[in-house]
Design a protein. Structure first.
Length: 356
């Protein structure tokens, strides 16, 4: 089998459902046997989506076209080693590589008539636990920022009634009065009071037997992340995700060492390349990330030599605002025997009623 064509599919959904910028980008690979594969770059939000499409095309032209799609490891190594810049990492080039990688695995699965986790050597996964994510945006089809703690309570009650045993939110994302909050340095007493009121409302809404995850999305400093950890030490928080700057493992280690709440990395944790994992492989929390393709998580497991304890990698199985499911994480959770604490990682799914 040979790869005959690679195209990009770019879907601009910006402005819909209350989301200002949303542009899913996919790579579709065609073969001479009529089998096609689809992979997502997963840079739909932020300002990188326009860059990843051309990157997919250039990588495909140089390293993918004319090759056998079954040679996933060889093609990955060529993209990584011979493109030069991939060895330094970065979300655009890694996102493009992973879209192509996922599309190649899609072809392999279709050709074999098997799901990817079977190709990787594992039995059918057990049922996966789900969490209701980003409750600060509500739980309706329309994306809407929540300001008033009463809105958080109402949303929490709604997801509890739907049977979720875990929820996630950022109590700092929405500024007082509405709009996106921007935090620099230590949190003010007003910031802390509002965040605490929102978390109390969430806990009241879901009850004491539901896990709560805090996501901070990385803009908080080390000091303010520790403020949050101290403030919610008695709230029964499962873990805090993306507590501080993505590209500073030292900052994450500092927060983790002083916090009584476990810390988790998130989406952009690999943007600075593998060197972070080599430097801190016995100390830092590891992540297998949503946009890294099926193969890279196994490569990380091999790189870490079995010493990693994966707490969370933001591995959503289905994004409520994405048009297609993201299929890599469950397969990796099932197959990687070189990672520990898979149940803690949970391979959390975030599902939305509208997306099934």
């Amino acid at each position: 089998m040979k790869i005959t064509k690679v195209e990009t599919l770019e879907i601009d959904l910006s402005g819909q459902n209350g989301i200002a910028l949303w542009r899913p980008i996919f790579a579709r690979i065609h073969t001479d046997e009529g089998i096609t594969g689809l992979g997502e770059a997963a840079l739909a939000f932020g300002t990188a989506s326009e860059a990843v499409g051309p990157m997919i095309v250039k990588l495909a032209e140089r390293f993918v076209l004319g090759h056998d799609p079954n040679d996933t490891e060889t093609l990955w190594e060529h993209m990584l080693r011979q493109s030069f810049w991939a060895q330094g990492g970065g979300p655009v080039i890694f996102g493009a590589m992973s879209a192509l990688d996922a599309a190649l695995w899609d072809i392999k699965g279709k050709a074999a008539g098997l799901p990817v986790h079977r190709l990787l050597g594992a039995k059918t996964p057990e049922p996966l636990r789900c969490y209701a994510s980003q409750l600060h945006f509500g739980w309706e089809a329309e994306h809407r920022m929540h300001d008033d703690p009463a809105e958080y309570r109402e949303t929490a009650q709604k997801v509890r009634e739907e049977g979720y045993g875990c929820v996630k939110l950022c109590p700092l994302y929405v500024a007082a009065g509405g709009g996106r909050a921007r935090h620099r340095g230590l949190l003010t007493p007003q910031n802390r009071k509002l965040a605490k009121a929102r978390m109390e409302a969430i806990r009241e809404g879901v009850g004491s037997d539901v896990d709560v995850i805090i996501e901070l999305n990385g803009p908080t400093s080390t000091a303010s992340a520790l403020q949050i950890a101290d403030m919610f030490a008695d709230f029964g928080v499962l873990f805090i995700e993306e507590p501080t700057h993505y590209n500073s493992p030292e900052a994450h280690l500092k927060v983790a060492a002083r916090s009584s709440i476990p810390m988790a990395t998130g989406l952009p944790a690999l943007s600075a390349g593998r060197r972070h994992f080599r430097r801190h492989e016995d100390r830092a929390s590891r992540a297998c990330l949503r946009r890294r393709g099926s193969g890279v998580c196994l490569r990380l497991a091999a790189l870490l030599g079995g010493r990693a304890s994966i707490r969370s990698g933001h591995p959503e199985f289905r994004d409520p605002r994405a048009p297609t499911p993201l299929r890599s994480s469950p397969a990796i959770a099932t197959c990687s025997r070189k990672t520990s604490n898979r149940s803690t990682a949970g391979w959390w799914c975030r599902l939305n009623r509208a997306s099934g």
